[in-house]
Design a protein. Structure first.
Length: 131
């Protein structure tokens, strides 16, 4: 069901401070910067800041899925509790969240635009051996 990690969304009650802090840590600014959401492209993955996020709930990890409705139904059928129904967030991107049985928030994201950049060559985890 899961296609791989896609997005981690951090609560950011002070969105400007969060944007500036992550920009400094990452060494570059966001590709998307609006009052309702800030998004950074980190090697093809989304690091997001949500001003409406609940700091007490912590970060939400979103796993890529081919069909958000089917994924949500499967998670609920497996004992997860509904948190947010499937909703479109723009550009054909659809998300939903549940609480898994231990209580953590788990997100799914159907993103037709997601493409990982080619892995860099050379030694190291996640890298190809050569050209």
């Amino acid at each position: 069901m899961f296609l791989g990690l896609r997005t981690v969304i951090y609560p950011a009650p002070d969105l400007a401070a969060g944007r500036d802090w992550f920009s400094g840590v990452l060494g570059f600014g966001p590709y998307f910067d609006e009052p309702f959401y800030v998004g950074f492209d980190v090697a093809g993955y989304e690091l997001a800041l949500d001003p409406a996020g609940d700091p007490a709930a912590g970060a939400v990890t979103c796993w890529g899925v081919a069909d958000a409705d089917a994924a949500l139904a499967r998670l609920l059928g497996a004992g997860a509790a509904a948190r947010e129904a499937v909703r479109e967030v723009g550009g054909g991107i659809r998300v939903a969240t549940v609480r898994e049985p231990a209580g953590a928030v788990l997100g799914v994201i159907e993103n037709p635009h997601f493409r990982l950049p080619p892995a860099p060559a050379g030694p190291g985890p996640g890298r190809r051996a050569g050209p």
